[in-house]
Design a protein around this ligand. Structure first.
Ligand code: V47
Length: 383
């Protein structure tokens, strides 16, 4: 049930924001900053929940997916200080799958009917674009109905650089080989003050946004992310939200936003703290309020645990990602969550939190098992 908001019942710093949320008015930068810093997390959650219910009612989405990381060899191993996944060629923890390894990995799904392969990897210095095209064609041949959500903007930029091609040419070749959509990784924090510290030399904000804008123009949908909980300040995150919101106003091509909580183990950042539960909930709720034009906010259970993902459904999130099966990026960075959660368990988690689980495909079409279920209207961009 979506109870009406009464702004007067909110603590002072949130009253004007509550009035705007009630009327569906877009938040200004200073108001987004207030959301990011408020100690009144439950009140903030209440506001995010009212927006989430307006957009999606009582539905919470999940999918049956499988992560595949063909290689972790990456030329940016020393640039991306926060990354615990990457390795230089020849290092003990470096791996490179063959095409056959990828297909074998893809087939190890267990009993569930997978609808998505989420494929990302390092920037390998010796694997040409053709290697990836062949891999995609091979996957499509073996698993024709599975959506390939593959390659972050950073990988797309790397293919373009390696092959001396434009971003558009790379995307067209990948689409021809079976690419369905782009995942949201690699965005980190757009602001150059932060990028210089955590990922100097990597694709900058303009280039990341250009990859996604080009994809959207070609009709390829994508997700977007923000990595928080390290050296960034509030104004950097506000800037990040505004850049995503502005691109979405122009293209409408983002499906989901995923706030990513920094994990500190096994990397060169020199930070020791994990984010806290309230910090995670505040970022999820702020995302729902700030990104009024992005339809879905994902609480990625691998990162914040299935327990907190349940709570997140009442703090603005409407999606908990999927079965995942085998995750490396967060587990190499110290995540203590499971590698796999079954469909039955995802549904139990959602139901127990008071929401209605709906299995979706990558593009958020409900997967009907039995009666047809209508897709909720996407949120209209505010006037
Ligand atoms: O780009 C890397 C982040 C991202 C760490 O699109 C780290 O549906 C925290 O983008 N601590 C990859 N974060 C994951 C990602 C993603 C995940 C789930 C769903 C989707 C989607 C996308 O993970 C990287 C980087 O931003 N990351 N290292 C770390 N130590």
């Amino acid at each position: 049930m979506n109870r009406p908001i009464d702004p007067e019942r909110f603590p002072q710093p949130l009253q004007e924001i509550a009035a705007k949320v009630k009327d569906g008015v877009r938040l200004e930068p200073d108001e987004i900053e207030t959301c990011l810093t408020t100690p009144h997390v439950l009140h903030l959650g209440r506001l995010a929940d009212s927006v989430r219910r307006r957009m999606h009612g009582n539905v919470a989405y999940y999918n049956i997916n499988r992560h595949i990381n063909p290689t972790n060899v990456c030329v940016y191993t020393y640039n991306c200080k926060f990354c615990s996944f990457a390795a230089l060629p020849g290092e003990d923890h470096a791996w490179e799958m063959s095409h056959e390894d990828v297909y074998e990995h893809a087939a190890k799904q267990g009993g569930d009917a997978v609808t998505e392969f989420h494929i990302v990897g390092g920037l390998h210095p010796d694997l040409p674009l053709e290697w990836y095209l062949e891999m995609m064609r091979g996957l499509k041949e073996r698993f024709p109905s599975v959506h390939l959500k593959a390659f972050t903007a950073i990988e797309i930029g790397w293919f373009a650089q390696l092959e001396k091609m434009s971003i558009e040419e790379v995307l067209l070749e990948l689409r021809e080989a079976g690419l369905g959509s782009l995942p949201g990784g690699g965005a980190e924090i757009f602001h150059p003050e932060v990028r210089e510290i955590i990922c100097d030399g990597k694709l900058d904000a303009g280039e990341w946004l250009e990859v996604h804008e080009t994809a959207h123009r070609l009709g390829i949908r994508s997700n977007c992310t923000m990595l928080y909980g390290h050296v960034e300040r509030e104004e950097h995150k506000v800037d990040h939200f505004l850049k995503l919101r502005e691109l979405q106003d122009r293209t409408g091509g983002f499906n989901a936003f995923i706030p990513l909580a920094y994990h500190p183990e096994n990397n060169y950042m020199g930070l020791r703290f994990h984010t806290t539960g309230t910090e995670d909930l505040r970022h999820l709720a702020t995302s729902r309020l700030a990104l009024d034009n992005i339809p879905h906010i994902k609480a990625y259970w691998v990162m914040i645990s299935p327990r907190l993902a349940q709570v997140a459904l009442a703090f603005g999130a409407d999606d908990i990602d999927g079965t995942v099966v085998e995750e490396t990026i967060y587990h190499m960075a110290g995540a203590e969550t499971e590698q796999y959660v079954s469909r039955a368990e995802l549904e139990r988690i959602v139901r127990e939190a008071g929401f209605e689980p709906v299995q979706r495909d990558t593009l958020y079409n409900p997967i009907t098992r039995g009666a047809m279920r209508p897709q909720p209207e996407p949120a209209a961009a505010p006037a």
